[in-house]
Write a new protein. Structure first.
Length: 69
């Protein structure tokens, strides 16, 4: 009887460990995906900022050229 109880207890504890490891792996994967998405968002924001900066520079150049004429 004690052996059976010990075996059941050991199996329950082992299952908890497996569940914990699986949960940790799932959380790590979710964090990895979040980081990839954040990097993509940052790259897109940089591109938009660069495009806006170019537009401002071009507009300033046009204004300078127009004022010289």
């Amino acid at each position: 009887m004690r052996t059976l109880l010990a075996a059941l207890l050991l199996a329950a504890l082992a299952a908890c460990g497996v569940e914990t490891a699986t949960t940790a792996a799932s959380v790590a994967e979710m964090k990895r995906r979040e980081m990839e998405q954040a990097k993509k968002n940052m790259d897109m924001a940089k591109q938009k900022i660069e495009a806006a900066t170019q537009q401002v520079q071009q507009s300033a150049e046009r204004n300078d050229n127009a004022s010289k004429d």
